[in-house]
Design a binder for this molecule. Structure first.
Ligand code: NAD
Ligand code: DAU
Length: 353
């Protein structure tokens, strides 16, 4: 079978990666998709169960830091495009185990870049290394202002510093070797398949379990939320129409303080569960703040809109409602990922507070 593109997607068994794999397989049956994922605690093949038998899909369990494996995958699959999402992604975990973040996010990205450079050997026609990054590299905003593509990097957690390091390596390979690269920096995602260590799925899970909803500090920190399926559509747009060497911010102009967001979530959950209004809110519990907690993130995505015509497809209420519906319809998914190691993590993370 011949394919129009041979894409290596890293981290495709994770939250965002699985939506990107799904989108590529459905929209482009003429593309080969090779999904390389180490299946850490955050990787879950259940996310792609219905895609497994497609003739243009291959899954490989492996580590992006394994240079020999990565090189073999380029050669065996004639990879011409990389969409790199594999990462350690949770800020709280980076505070307890920073070196794991440096290893995967910095060394893993360097390994992939080097393999692409060597395999493509300077013949860059039709090639692309697309690096998926975060708005956290820009640091923390005050009460006003936005992150633009030319905002200076100012990462403040081991997670964001390791992602900033990976972004710098990507641009270094562009400037030094002319490797064809694109970076996108996206705001907070939410949606189906989100691992319940992050605020929204953790809160959905805890409401279902009638457990406390831990709010760090005063709940006044602001995040800018985007539905994961819209992130996947933005990646698709940038992959096909973005300019080599450029960075694109992705976001939906959708800022919420954590406490307002959790109140909205509680209201929607009460409605959907047929509970008295206010039942879920009673679970809100203020806990010790995250160390170095960034105050506010807010993305300006005008470049993506003006140059490539991308805008989000759903409002926040609609996306959040769909997300809750997905969790209510998939109790086994939640049960599977909240057993085993997750319980140890949860105990360690929240018992100290
Ligand atoms: P995730 O933690 O849900 O998934 C990460 C995936 O990478 C998992 O499947 C895991 O098994 C895999 N992985 C981890 N280490 C690996 C390694 N060494 N080798 C191979 N695979 C490995 O993360 P996510 O939330 O889906 O984020 C995906 C990417 O998007 C990350 O690069 C993250 O920095 C970025 N991002 C995330 C958000 C967000 O809100 N979640 C926002 C902007 C950007
Ligand atoms: O901005 C993009 C980033 O968004 C991504 O790069 C990261 O991979 C992703 O994890 C996310 O980082 P955050 O730290 O913003 O997400 P998290 O869901 O962990 O926290 C969202 C906010 O909620 C943050 O202000 C911390 C707060 N919070 C979080 C948890 C887990 C709580 O108040 N209580 C909690 O229990």
């Amino acid at each position: 079978m011949s394919f129009d593109k041979h894409i290596l997607i890293t981290g495709g068994a994770g939250f965002i990666g699985s939506h990107v794999v799904r989108r590529m397989l459905i929209q482009y049956p003429n593309y080969l998709v090779v999904n390389l994922d180490a299946l850490t605690y955050a990787g879950n093949l259940e996310n792609l169960r219905d895609m497994e038998d497609l003739p243009n899909y291959r899954f490989v369990k492996g580590n992006i830091c394994d240079a020999a494996l990565v090189t073999t995958l380029f050669e065996e699959n004639q990879i011409d495009t990389v969409i790199h999402l594999a990462a350690e992604s949770h800020v709280d975990r980076s505070i307890t185990d920073p070196l794991a973040f440096v290893q995967t996010n910095v060394m893993g990205t360097a390994t992939l870049l080097n393999a692409a450079r060597q395999y493509w050997g300077g013949d860059y026609a039709g090639k692309l290394f697309y690096h998926v990054s975060t708005d956290e590299v820009y640091g923390s905003l005050g009460e006003t202002g936005f992150f633009y593509e030319d905002t200076a990097y100012d990462p403040r957690s081991p997670y964001s510093a390791s992602k900033a390091g990976s972004d710098h390596l990507v641009m270094a390979f562009f400037h030094t070797y002319h490797l064809p690269v694109i970076i996108s920096n996206c705001s907070n995602n939410y949606g189906p398949n989100h691992f319940p260590e992050k605020l929204i799925p953790l809160s959905i899970h805890n409401i279902l379990q009638k457990k406390p909803l831990p709010i760090y500090g005063k709940g006044e920190n602001v995040r800018d939320w985007l539905y994961v399926i819209d992130h996947a559509s933005a990646i698709d747009t940038i992959l096909h129409r973005g300019k080599i060497g450029e960075t694109y911010n992705i976001g939906g102009h959708n800022e919420w303080t954590n406490i307002d967001l959790i109140r909205l979530l509680c209201r929607l959950m009460d409605e959907k569960l047929g509970q008295d209004t206010g039942s879920s809110e009673q679970l809100i519990t203020y806990v010790k703040d995250r160390a170095g907690h960034d105050l506010r993130y807010a993305i300006d995505a005008t470049k993506l809109k003006d140059e490539l015509g991308w805008v989000p497809s759903v409002t926040f209420e609609e996306g959040l409602s769909r997300t809750i519906d997905w969790y209510l319809a998939n109790p086994e998914w939640l049960a599977h990922v909240t057993s085993g190691d997750y319980l140890n993590y949860y105990e360690a993370q929240y018992s100290r507070r």
